[in-house]
Design a protein around this ligand. Structure first.
Ligand SMILES: Cc1ncc(C[n+]2csc(CCOP(=O)(O)OP(=O)(O)O)c2C)c(N)n1
Ligand SMILES: [Mg+2]
Length: 735
């Protein structure tokens, strides 16, 4: 660990001996000023355009120019990786972003390279420069930066993993151009307020644990909208709070001083490039233009305070410095400023003429346009005939998920598995010395994988679900295939921000220039006799409601194997829901289907054909519905057509429609609580599109609208049971 504090007397104001201060030459200082001035003037231009209603939003980088330019000059575009935030205009300019492209985002042009008109201005995304698509939640980029750094390090250690498989091998790898450097650095920035987010601390911990080459740049302007730093950060200094993190290099610097900031960044970058660990640059900056154009800081900051800040304006101070040092004279400054104005005028004029995107494009790039998960690429038959030895043939869902993970890891070196308890044993020497057998997950689904593939491919994560998904997203952006585990569906919620606002949106918001096809395996569901509220939850409809996410929910071993392989090879993020009750159930066991067995998404299975009533279900309700249907046929001669959807998004509408056309009656059954659940959408579609075919109302059977209780008598009363299904089927058939 090392800490460097800038001399409180600013480097800029130390007078004569500043020729090469902080390592910046005269030319670089002039360039730094040009970039800072340009950044400020772009803000001014945008503010004008917003007032003229020619753009729709404005977020300024004013006051943050010096630290941004310093970072941009110290790091390498297209080599290092960048997870900036909205105040990083000057950083982006220093890395090579054209002002024209910034204005294109402001007007929401089709040609806006960051998002094609989908995101607000100052949401930077420039793949060629390695500036990764940015979102609006404060701090959700930080964990991804961790994953990005981990991805770079993984490829540097295993360069063969980066190779693209030969033509004919169909998987996501064909569509990822992987690049990496052994001494690359990942930059991530945030405001002082954002350092209060939990994900920031999860990321700091992960960076320190992994000694990762990440530079955290906290741009501390003293405010988060109207909340001052002393109310935000205990003790008022983020540097003080983080100082106990091991393996870090710390810098605290006047971020309005480009010379000191550059020197700080160079030291930070050197430390990271040498593989010593992460760095933390705490830059004190100002925010002269209020939080955004929608905010008026005069409502909560008196003139005296604003005046004090103005004294430190980085643009003015740098100009004074250049004059004082004789690096540029008045004429030189004027000349440069004129050049910048002229450049911006041309850029604005061109951007105002740019065409907007066409409305028909809105649905493009929610999912991969290259690899369709419903296509025949993912439709293969099980390899071998079931073994004559019936015991061997009867593989549980847990067995086949484990086998599929093993086969895929053998086939594709980009797969990494991590989550809580998924490793066999973090203290590897115990395994090597054969002192322990290994755990491999609380349900043992990943058992043996660390032992076989090593602990850089299968490892335990800290107990932090947002970090699991956020890191995976960053890794996948770099071309890895993380197959992560959320131990219980009930605890997926800390990761919800990462799933809802990041994982699912990255392809769409970047207009298909970034993607992150992560697989999230989640143990879900109840019927556990004692699972209670926090080990029984369903809630799949919350995730099928998210565009950009594939959701599958197998009910038996063979489907689990086939769907998991598709999930791993496909080019979209997948939520793979594994019902705990089905892991070792005798229902639905199957022979090992071989290492190439796949089932396309969106293809339901008719578990039992019938003529009188269609029952649409999935997951653990499938065996219960089958039991009810068999009883109904035995006792009443009613023939139920039972459909197991298997994949919930996309889902197989054609199979549902064909079945309802035949039976004229539909019942949707699911384990989650009744109201607002997955079945509501299916029932609504049937009512809407198959109205003419129906001889009875569309009915649903589901859990009561309450939590799942511990006492088995209560659990039985809450979750849908075979008898509930039986009665509903009977009533509907006789309607
Ligand atoms: C998770 C989340 N909560 C709230 C907001 C609304 N919001 C946007 S910026 C901001 C303040 C951020 O302050 P700070 O991190 O200090 O950055 P600064 O804007 O001062 O540079 C808030 C509350 C948001 N975008 N995301
Ligand atoms: Mg702030």
């Amino acid at each position: 660990m090392a800490t460097t504090k800038t001399d409180p007397k600013l480097a800029l104001s130390t007078g004569k001996k500043s020729k090469l201060q902080g390592g910046l030459s005269r030319e670089q200082l002039i360039e730094a000023y040009r970039l800072m001035y340009k950044s400020r003037r772009i803000d001014d231009r945008e503010i004008l355009l917003k007032r003229q209603q020619k753009i729709y939003f404005q977020m300024s980088g004013a006051g943050h120019e010096a630290i941004g330019v310093a970072a941009g000059l110290a790091l390498k575009p297209g080599y290092d990786w960048f997870y900036p935030y909205y105040r990083d205009r000057a950083l982006c300019l220093a890395l090579g972003v054209e002002p024209y492209n910034m204005f294109l985002q402001g007007v929401g042009a089709a040609d806006d390279p960051s998002s094609g008109g989908r995101q607000m201005p100052s949401h930077w995304s420039y793949p060629g420069l390695h500036i990764v698509t940015q979102s609006s939640p404060t701090g959700s980029q930080i964990l991804q930066a961790i994953g990005c750094a981990e991805g770079g390090r993984y490829f540097a250690r295993r360069p063969k993993a980066a190779e693209v498989p030969p033509p004919g091998v169909n998987d996501y790898r064909q569509f990822k151009n992987v690049s990496f450097q052994s001494d690359e650095v990942t930059y991530v920035s945030l405001g002082d307020g954002t350092s209060s987010e939990g994900e920031f601390w999860e990321a700091m911990n992960a960076a320190a644990l992994g000694k990762l080459p990440v530079i955290f740049c906290v741009q501390d302007n003293g405010y988060a909208i109207s909340v001052p730093v002393e109310v935000q950060t205990a003790g008022g200094s983020i540097s003080r709070l983080v100082s106990g993190f091991p393996n870090f290099h710390f810098e605290e610097v006047d971020g309005t001083d480009p010379v000191a900031s550059f020197a700080a960044f160079q030291r930070a970058a050197r430390y990271c490039r040498e593989g010593l660990g992460p760095a933390f640059v705490h830059a004190h900056v100002i925010r002269p233009y209020s939080h955004s154009l929608s905010d008026d800081e005069r409502l909560y900051r008196p003139e005296s305070e604003r005046e004090r800040d103005a004294q430190r304006d980085p643009v003015t101070r740098t100009q004074m410095y250049l004059l004082r040092e004789g690096i540029l004279d008045d004429k030189g400054i004027n000349q440069m400023e004129k050049e910048v104005e002229a450049e911006l005028q041309v850029a604005v004029d061109r951007a105002l003429e740019a065409l907007p995107p066409v409305p028909e494009s809105v649905m493009n790039y929610i999912y991969s346009p290259d690899l369709d998960v419903t296509s025949t690429v993912f439709d293969t038959a099980p390899a071998a005939e079931p073994s004559p030895d019936s015991k061997k043939a009867a593989k549980t869902m847990a067995d086949l998920i484990n086998a599929t993970l093993r086969d895929e890891m053998k086939r594709d070196e980009r797969i990494v598995i991590f989550g809580e308890d998924v490793a066999d044993c973090s203290r590897e020497e115990y395994l090597r010395q054969k002192l322990v057998k290994g755990k491999g997950g609380v349900f043992k689904l990943t058992f043996g994988l660390q032992n076989e593939f090593g602990n850089d491919r299968v490892f335990n994560s800290p107990l932090a679900e947002a970090a699991i998904v956020g890191r995976a997203t960053g890794m996948a952006t770099r071309g890895l295939k993380p197959v992560v585990e959320i131990q219980f569906f009930d605890y997926i919620w800390p990761a919800m921000m990462q799933i809802r606002d990041e994982l699912t949106t990255i392809r769409w918001r970047s207009n298909n220039t970034f993607s992150c096809p992560v697989v999230i395996r989640v143990a879900i569901g109840g019927y556990l006799t004692g699972g209670a509220i926090y080990h029984s939850q369903c809630g799949e409809s919350i995730f099928t409601h998210l565009p950009g996410l594939r959701v599958v929910f197998p009910s038996n071993s063979l489907d689990a194997a086939g769907l998991l392989r598709t999930a791993i090879r496909c080019d979209d993020p997948v939520l793979f829901l594994e019902h705990k009750r089905l892991y070792r159930e005798s229902y639905g066991r199957a022979a090992y289907p071989g290492p190439e067995y796949m089932i396309p998404f969106g293809k339901a299975k008719i578990v039992q054909p019938g003529t009188d009533l269609t029952v649409i279900t999935y997951g653990a309700v499938v065996p219960r519905a089958l039991q009810a249907a068999q009883k109904l046929e035995r006792e009443q001669g009613i023939k139920v057509e039972l459909i197991d959807l298997r994949s919930l998004n996309p889902f197989d509408w054609d199979t549902i429609a064909a079945s309802v056309a035949k039976t004229n009656r539909a019942l949707v059954a699911y384990e989650d609580s009744l109201s607002w659940g997955y079945g509501a959408e299916i029932a609504a579609r049937i009512g809407d599109q198959l109205f003419d075919q129906l001889d009875a109302p569309v009915r649903r059977v589901a859990a009561k609208d309450v939590f799942v209780a511990y006492q088995p008598i209560l659990e039985d009363a809450i979750l849908p049971q075979p008898n509930d299904l039986y009665l509903a089927m009977k009533e509907l058939a006789q309607y």
